[in-house]
Design a protein around this ligand. Structure first.
Ligand code: UFG
Length: 337
């Protein structure tokens, strides 16, 4: 069964392509490689064999070509999007255009070619700073603090409104918490362009000497150690959750929104300490100013995904950090050769 994976060469996309293939699906990647590298395909193929890939921008009408050629596409998983929060403030039109148009273009193709299922990459960012923790799928969405966050909210609404219109489509919106780690083989992982925005790639790059020091943004938050709390989930768990979500749609599951997290929160300092402990590396870090727009604490209520999808994150934080470190060491080695 063919599953179209937009953004399939990206971080979560590439791990999901592997998980899909291992589950017996035939993933078809659509990626324009604006924010990903061609060599990701080699990594994927070294794990699961040859995978079809179309190099194109799925926010453009040319996407239809894939549907015309492939025929009988069974489902789509829509990852393709810009995702850097700070950049989204500087380039709002790029973000709105890419993230929203790709969703609309894909939905039009799904309807026209009678593809019955879509799984959409949403984000915990839609909850903003939550009033109560953990956040459930019923927790209110807050006005997004970034253009990036607004594009996720708008795309959620576009998909939900399409369902309400009576379209012959089933959809599930997956609200990811913080994905970290890499495939344990270190054949695929996160490939941030330039200076990483996210914590764990910054940690591993600092440990590898690619960055001089890690700055912990703020130590005066209302949390036990003063640093912000997030729900960090291993990207392999996240990838497997997509397969579970697809199967859920296939068997007629009717919940449209699902948190994907571990249900546990960890502070920035806990990430740093755990990394140092499990990887046996000292990190050069210091405390700096708060990063504008950061939420103080958020973690998921992960019970709905467990009940409906039968999905529970099974990898530990230590495993995720070790896998991230293994991946970083591979990148460092490849850079040197
Ligand atoms: N952090 C640092 N130093 C760094 C990088 C991050 O201290 O160099 C801290 C942040 O301040 C934050 C925590 O590490 O407290 C996690 O930061 P990330 O950037 O890794 O993750 P965020 O939770 O900020 O971002 C995630 C997703 C975004 C999404 C955002 C919305 O990566 O896509 O949640 O809350 F928009």
């Amino acid at each position: 069964m063919k599953v179209l994976v937009t953004g399939g060469a990206g971080y979560i996309g590439s791990h999901t392509v592997v998980a899909l293939r291992e589950a017996g699906y035939e993933p078809i990647i659509v990626d324009d490689f604006r924010n990903s590298e061609k060599k990701v395909l080699e990594g994927i193929e070294s794990l699961v064999g040859q995978v079809t890939c179309y190099e194109l921008d799925c926010s453009r009408p040319v996407l239809e070509e894939v549907f015309r050629r492939e025929k009988n596409i069974h489902a789509a998983i829509h990852f393709a999007a810009f995702k850097a929060v700070a950049e989204s403030q500087e380039k709002p039109l790029d973000y709105y255009e890419n993230n929203i148009l790709s969703t609309i273009t894909l939905l039009r193709c799904l309807l026209k070619y009678q593809v019955p299922y879509i799984v959409f990459s949403s984000s915990a960012t839609v909850y903003g700073e939550p009033d109560t923790l953990p956040v459930t799928e019923e927790s209110p969405r807050k006005p997004a603090r970034s253009v990036y966050g607004r594009t996720k909210q708008v795309c959620e609404d576009i998909i939900l409104d399409t369902l309400k219109s009576g379209a012959a489509l089933r959809a599930i919106l997956l609200r990811y918490f913080n994905p970290i780690g890499a495939h344990p083989s270190a054949k695929i992982g996160e490939l941030p362009r330039g200076i990483p925005n996210n914590l764990v790639p910054f940690v591993t790059q600092t440990a590898a000497g690619w960055q001089k020091e890690l700055v912990i943004f703020g130590r005066d938050y209302n949390t036990p150690d003063g640093t912000p709390i997030r729900d960090y989930i291993h990207v392999m768990d996240l990838a497997e959750a997509h397969v579970a979500a697809l199967r859920y749609l296939e068997r007629g599951g009717d919940k449209n929104i699902m948190n994907l997290g571990t249900g546990k929160g960890n502070s920035v300092l806990e990430i740093v300490k755990t990394f140092e402990e499990v990887c046996g590396v000292k990190l050069n870090y210091r405390f700096g100013e708060r990063r504008p727009g950061d939420v103080e604490k958020i973690w998921a209520d992960a019970t709905l995904a467990e009940k409906e999808l039968g999905f529970k994150a099974k990898r530990t934080l230590a495993e995720a950090l070790l896998d991230a470190w293994k991946w970083q060491k591979t990148l460092t080695l490849n850079q040197a050769t």
